[in-house]
Design a protein around this ligand. Structure first.
Ligand code: ZN
Length: 53
């Protein structure tokens, strides 16, 4: 029951319930909606840079 954070809106999503997902640089990102995925696809680095690791 893995949970993932939507990198665009920061919502936490259950992997099985995520309506959208996208593979980028070998990692899968999950999104609450197509709109979030579309934003991420356009500027993935922008959203990944915001995340503190
Ligand atoms: Zn979202």
């Amino acid at each position: 029951m893995a949970k993932h954070e939507d990198p665009v809106c920061k919502m936490v999503i259950d992997e099985k319930l995520a309506p959208e997902k996208y593979d980028y640089k070998g990692k899968t990102y999950f999104f609450c909606a197509k709109g979030c995925k579309d934003k991420f696809e356009k500027e993935p680095e922008k959203y990944l840079a915001q995340k503190t690791k």
